[in-house]
Design a protein around this ligand. Sequence first.
Ligand code: AMP
Length: 283
Amino acid sequence: MQIFKTIAEMQTWCREQKRQGQTIGLVPTMGYLHAGHLALARAARSQCDTVVVSIFVNPIQFGVGEDFEDYPRDLEKDSQLLADAGVDALFAPSIREMYPPGYNSYVEVTGEITGKLCGRSRPGHFRGVTTVVSKLFNICLPDLAFFGQKDAQQVMIIEKMAKELNFPLQIVRVPIVREADGLAMSSRNVYLNPEQRKQALVLSQSLQQAQELIRAGERDAGKVKQLMCTTINSSPEANIDYAEIYDADDLADVDEIQGRVLLALAVRIGTTRLIDNLIVEVQ
Ligand code: AMP
């Protein structure tokens, strides 16, 4: 596996791949890789000739007081995992390489899709995400770009951005990879102590219970949200940031559950903010 640290070298290599007629699959990550990230790399491996994974802890998507400084990093271990997964190239630029002094260009998706959920809790977060992803698209020239359903709002926003800004590529969604007990895999799970790790199960459990309630015929979104909150609040260290139900295609408000709905959670367990979600379809 080749490792590139500069934009010029990465872009030149990708251009050469394309000149040779290879399709490129890009998997953007912030590193500290787990089985969720590797599922994206595997999907890319099976659908593209050349697979590029990027590792960049993007400072502009973190707000003041968030965990940018503490975010876990282990480039050496990540490189080994990616090489073992058959990835062709790793792009791991420095902050200065991506945002040199005087940097002033940003990409922003506005409207309902960015104004809710994490967009409301983390102002500026998605502007940071869409900016770095746009840069990665221009640097790595992917035909396909792979994103996890774990970050449901993020992939919706990136799909909208790619469509509206006419990026010549396709976005591929990869399902959430979970631990055996249901906890969605996340680089941030490493922050949890053993007791918090147990309590973190309320996220996936509340989503499952909500799904069962909907399958049993409940159509009142308020009542389903109430159940999710009650389950989460049974965990002493849990603090709900949001527990919401929106239309799964455009995040429109939902009062009566019908069609495809997104059940979305952000919960602090101690000081660790975790997110999880589930799409439920009602005939
Ligand atoms: P991150 O490194 O957390 O920014 O994530 C990089 C990519 O991996 C994003 O597209 C995430 O949605 C995806 N991802 C993270 N965790 C999971 C998971 N448990 N299952 C599937 N995809 C994931």
